[in-house]
Design a protein. Structure first.
Length: 484
C-alpha cells in the first residue's frame, strides 16, 4: 500500500515525537533518581552522620559528668548525666527513624542496647554509692570502659558506613548525571539526524517526480508529447502524473486534430474556391459569350460551389458553438415521424438515381418528444445521407421508428444500410471531430464534422446515439429522444 504525503509526514513526525517522548521519559526518570539520591545524601546520610557525631559528643560529655559525680558526689553532675542521657536517647531515636537500611537500623538498635546497659550499670553503681558502700571501682571501671568502648566503636562504625554509602551515592549520582547527559546528547543527535533523513526522503519522493513533471511540461511546450513512465512517488503525485499523461495524450490528439482541421478544411474550402475562380474567370474572359447555355452552366457551378462553401463554414461554426455551449435551440413538443418522413421523401430521388432501395418501415403511434424540429431534421438528414452515400447500387437502406423503455421512455430512430461497414477499431471514435470513414477505413474526403454535430445535437436534447457495424455487413445508426 502506497503511503500518501500526509501519511508519510505524519509517520515521520510521529517517529520523531516518539523519540522526543522517550527521551523526556528517560530524563525524567533519571532526574527523579538523582533527586532521590541527593535527598538521601543531604537529608538522610548527612543527618545520620551529624547525629552520630552528636551522639559521640553526648556520650563523652555524659561519661565526664559520670566521673565528676563519682568523684565529687555533687548532684548537679548527676542531673547533667541524666540530661545528656535524655539528649542521647532522643537523638538515637531520630537516627533510627532516619535509617533507610536494615543494617543501619540493626546497628542503631545494638547501640541503644549497649547504651542502656551502660546507663543501668551507672545507676546501679550510683545506688551503691548513695547507700554509703564504696563502689567496686576496679570492676566497675573495667566493665564501664568495655561498654563505653563498644558504644563508641558502634557509633564510629555506623558513621563510617553511612559516610561510605554517602560517597557511593555521590559517585553513583555523578555517573547517572554523566550517563544522562551522554544519552540526551546522543538522543538529540539521533532525533535531528532522523528528522533530516525523513525530511530528505519525503522531499526526494515529492521533488523528483515534480521535477520530472516540469521537464515533461517544457517538452510539451516544444511540441514533444511524451508520457511519464512509472515513477516511485506518493499516490497524490502518481495521480498527478497520470493526469499529466492524460493531458499530454489529449494535447497530442488536439494537435493532431488541429493539423487535420487545417488540412481538411483547407481542402474543403480550396476545392470550391478553385472551381468558383475558374468559372468566374471563364465568364470574365468571354469564353462562352456566344453560348448562353454554357454561361448558365458556369453560373450554376459557381452557385453550387458557393453553397458548398457556406455549408462547410456553417458546420464549422455549428460545432464551435456547440462545444462552447452557445448553440441556440427552439424546443417544443412535436411528433418525430413527420420529420423522418419528410427527410425520406427529400432524399428519395437520390436513392432512385443510385438504384438504392429506400424503405420506411411502418411504425406504431408514438408519443410526443421535446425537440428542436430543424435540428432533428438535420440529424436525420445527415444520417440518412451518409447511409445513401456509402451504400452501393442495388443496396438497401431501411429507416425504422419505435418506442423503447430501456432506462427510460424514448422514441428511437434507426437507419440501417448495406454498405461496406466500419472496422471495430474505428467505431469508438466515429463521432469525433474530423473523423472520416469511407469503405470501412479512414479517409480525407469531407470535413468529418457531420457525425460530431449530430452527437452534440442529440446530447443537447437529452438523448443518446450509437452505431452497430461490422465490415461487409453494413451499419445501423440509431438515436433515441426522451418522451416529453
Amino acid at each position: 500500500m502506497k503511503f500518501t504525503i500526509f501519511k508519510r509526514m505524519a509517520f515521520g513526525y510521529a517517529l520523531i515525537m516518539l523519540m522526543v517522548v522517550f527521551m523526556g521519559i528517560y530524563v525524567t526518570l533519571k532526574v527523579n533518581q538523582l533527586t532521590g539520591l541527593n535527598y538521601r545524601v543531604a537529608r538522610v546520610d548527612g543527618a545520620i552522620i551529624s547525629m552520630g557525631e552528636q551522639l559521640l559528643e553526648s556520650l563523652f560529655s555524659q561519661a565526664a559528668f559520670e566521673m565528676k559525680y563519682l568523684i565529687s558526689r555533687d548532684q548537679d553532675f548527676h542531673k547533667e548525666f541524666h540530661s545528656k542521657k535524655t539528649l542521647f536517647t532522643e537523638t538515637l531515636e531520630q537516627l533510627a527513624a532516619l535509617a533507610d537500611s536494615s543494617g543501619q537500623k540493626q546497628r542503631a538498635a545494638d547501640i541503644n542496647v549497649r547504651y542502656n546497659t551502660y546507663v543501668a550499670l551507672f545507676e546501679k553503681e550510683s545506688t551503691r554509692f548513695s547507700d554509703g558502700n564504696p563502689p567496686p571501682r576496679k570492676e566497675y571501671m573495667e566493665e564501664r570502659e568495655a561498654i563505653l568502648g563498644d558504644v563508641d566503636e558502634a557509633l564510629r562504625t555506623l558513621i563510617k558506613e553511612v559516610r561510605t554509602e554517602r560517597d557511593e551515592k555521590v559517585e553513583l549520582s555523578g555517573r547517572i548525571s554523566h550517563r544522562t547527559v551522554r544519552v540526551t546528547v546522543a538522543g538529540a543527535a539521533l532525533t535531528i539526524g532522523l528528522g533530516m533523513l525523513i525530511s530528505f526522503y519525503i522531499t526526494r519522493s515529492i521533488g523528483k517526480p515534480i521535477a520530472l513533471l516540469g521537464q515533461k511540461t517544457r517538452e510539451i511546450a516544444t511540441g514533444r508529447f511524451h508520457k511519464i513512465s512509472e515513477v516511485q512517488s506518493p499516490p497524490e503525485i502518481k495521480q498527478l502524473a497520470e493526469d499529466f499523461n492524460f493531458m499530454s495524450e489529449r494535447l497530442e490528439q488536439l494537435d493532431a486534430m488541429k493539423l487535420d482541421f487545417i488540412s481538411h478544411v483547407s481542402h474543403e474550402l480550396r476545392t470550391p474556391l478553385t472551381s468558383v475562380k475558374a468559372a468566374s474567370s471563364m465568364l470574365l474572359e468571354g469564353a462562352f459569350d456566344a453560348s448562353p447555355e454554357r454561361q448558365k452552366e458556369l453560373l450554376s457551378i459557381i452557385r453550387d460551389e458557393c453553397d458548398r462553401l457556406i455549408g462547410a463554414v456553417n458546420r464549422i461554426l455549428d460545432i464551435s458553438r456547440m462545444e462552447a455551449g452557445m448553440m441556440d435551440y427552439r424546443f417544443s413538443e412535436g411528433e418525430l415521424p413527420p420529420i423522418v418522413q419528410k427527410t425520406v421523401l427529400k432524399l428519395a430521388p437520390l436513392a432512385q438515381r443510385k438504384k438504392i432501395d429506400l424503405e420506411l418501415t411502418p411504425f406504431p403511434d408514438l408519443p410526443m418528444v421535446r425537440m428542436d424540429g430543424d435540428r432533428i431534421m438535420q440529424v436525420v438528414d445527415n444520417l440518412l445521407g451518409n447511409a445513401l452515400k456509402f451504400t452501393p447500387a442495388g443496396g438497401k437502406v431501411v429507416v425504422a421508428l419505435s418506442q423503447k423503455k430501456e432506462g427510460g421512455d424514448f422514441v428511437q430512430v434507426s437507419i440501417a444500410d448495406t454498405g461496406p461497414g466500419i472496422h471495430q477499431e474505428h467505431l469508438a471514435r466515429i463521432f469525433e471531430r474530423f473523423k472520416r470513414i469511407e469503405k470501412g477505413r479512414e479517409t480525407t474526403i469531407g470535413t468529418g464534422l457531420g457525425l460530431s454535430i449530430v452527437k452534440h445535437i442529440i446530447a443537447d436534447h437529452g438523448g443518446k446515439i450509437w452505431v452497430r457495424s461490422a465490415p461487409g455487413k453494413g451499419s445501423t445508426f440509431s438515436f433515441a429522444l426522451p418522451v416529453a
